[in-house]
Ligand binder design. Structure first.
Ligand SMILES: Cc1ncc(COP(=O)(O)O)c(C=O)c1O
Length: 406
């Protein structure tokens, strides 16, 4: 049984945390337990919850009293994760999902209906293009794609039935930076929502809600976990914007498991330090890659030569840890460089402590049509590196020896 002083202390701490730094909130906020005086968050591995009487059960099921009913709806471990990330993103409420894609599906199907229209950046994760083009179209929801950095194109694409704008910034894999504040103004002047995929930045580097976005989403699978263990996602926004997302998700059942929530809670505790280390190595690597004779072009918002460098400085605290580059030559050269690395992992994931190397055109973005890839600027000689937490010199040396064989 929770002791009274502990409950009061936890209540005071909850208020106190609203004024603390993001790195502190990431470690201490959102905790809902303490029932057994445990210091670390407990994993509530339970599918349902019990009541003292039929009347109490009735009151809880009808919403008269607060309480858990069933883990597809709410679960204390999942709630800790939701409360923590909501505070960090500056949103009133978060809704956790079984994956980033489940969070996105819940956002769009929770808010949109047949006949509605989305304007989306063309530089988004490939599966999201699949969601828009193969799933939402079947339900009568259409999408127009525009360059994330062409403000006129965003305006021109708006239709009377446009209900949502969707941006990933910086984009994957080219690091294009969309102007979140300007897009929020555009969306609101047409009564549409601005939804931002904040995977590449995490709340440590960027808070889209503070810039005017209505809903921010994460694939928790990436930096929030940070060690490539679990798949999960989350949507964050106001109560009003989250209720339809929650309503959809609790019905279709794509909820986050308590175990995954526990991994993400613990991931958040080290997120601030990890992001600083990731970003510091990425910036050094981007500068170094620019000087390599086998490299034609480097894409990283932290480079002064990047077209949206100033905007990235304004809306982000650091520049992120994904660096993409084109090698001289074609797909064969890119594949050879990837195959010749010794340390880096060849995988599609990013945001891991382990550095990863990917050929976007034939993996993460292979389901896009060649035309869509060309529109997004993803060439066959492009390589993406997610800079991990290994010693910087080791990451650089591995790429140096692979590039030297080209
Ligand atoms: C930028 C971005 N958004 C969303 C997703 C989807 O997340 P998940 O794989 O957790 O469903 C991914 C996955 O790689 C991604 O890279």
């Amino acid at each position: 049984m929770k002791n009274k002083n502990l409950s009061q202390r936890q209540q005071r701490q909850k208020e106190y945390l609203k004024k603390t730094a993001l790195s502190t909130q990431a470690i201490r906020s959102g905790t809902v337990s303490g029932l057994e005086q445990e210091h670390n968050d407990a994993i509530y591995a339970t599918s349902s919850f019990i009541y003292g009487s039929a009347e109490e059960a009735c009151e809880c099921f009808s919403g008269q009293t607060e309480g858990n009913i069933y883990s597809r709806f709410t679960n204390p471990t999942v709630r800790t994760f939701e409360q923590r990330i909501a505070l960090m993103e500056g949103g009133a409420r978060a809704v956790a999902a079984s994956s980033g894609m489940a969070a996105l599906t819940s956002i769009f199907l929770g808010h949109l209906k047949q006949g509605d229209h989305i304007v989306s950046s063309c530089s988004i994760f490939g599966s999201i293009v699949g969601l828009f083009d193969n799933v939402l179209t079947k339900l009568g929801i259409t999408t127009t794609y525009v360059s994330p950095v062409d403000s006129q194109a965003w305006q021109d694409a708006i239709q009377p039935n446009t209900k949502a704008l969707f941006l990933e910034s910086p984009s994957n894999p080219l690091g294009e930076v969309g102007d979140i504040a300007a897009l929020a103004t555009l969306a609101h002047s047409h009564n549409a929502l601005l939804v931002v995929d904040n995977c590449f930045c995490t709340p440590i580097l960027q808070n889209p809600l503070a810039l005017g976005a209505d809903i921010v989403m994460h694939s928790a699978t990436k930096y929030i976990d940070g060690q490539g263990r679990c798949v999960g996602g989350v949507a964050i926004g106001s109560e009003e914007h989250m209720e339809p997302v929650f309503g959809f998700l609790r019905t279709v059942g794509t909820c986050m498991s308590p175990f995954n929530a526990w991994v993400f809670i613990n991931g958040l505790e080290t997120l601030s330090l990890r992001m600083q280390a990731h970003c510091s190595s990425a910036l050094k690597l981007a500068h170094w890659l620019q000087e390599q004779p086998q490299v034609e072009r480097v894409y990283y918002p932290g480079l002064e030569s990047h077209p949206q460098h100033q905007l990235a400085k304004q809306q982000q605290r650091l520049f992120g840890a994904v660096v993409s580059f084109e090698v001289r030559g074609d797909r064969t050269s890119a594949w050879r460089c990837i195959d010749d690395t010794q340390l880096l992992s060849i995988t599609g994931n990013f945001g891991d402590a382990k550095s990863t190397i990917t050929h976007p055109a034939t993996t993460t973005h292979s389901r896009m049509t060649a035309a869509a890839r060309a529109l997004a600027g993803i060439k066959d000689n492009l390589i993406r590196v997610s800079v991990g937490l290994e010693d910087y010199e080791d990451i650089k040396q591995d790429l140096a020896q692979a590039l030297s064989k080209l």
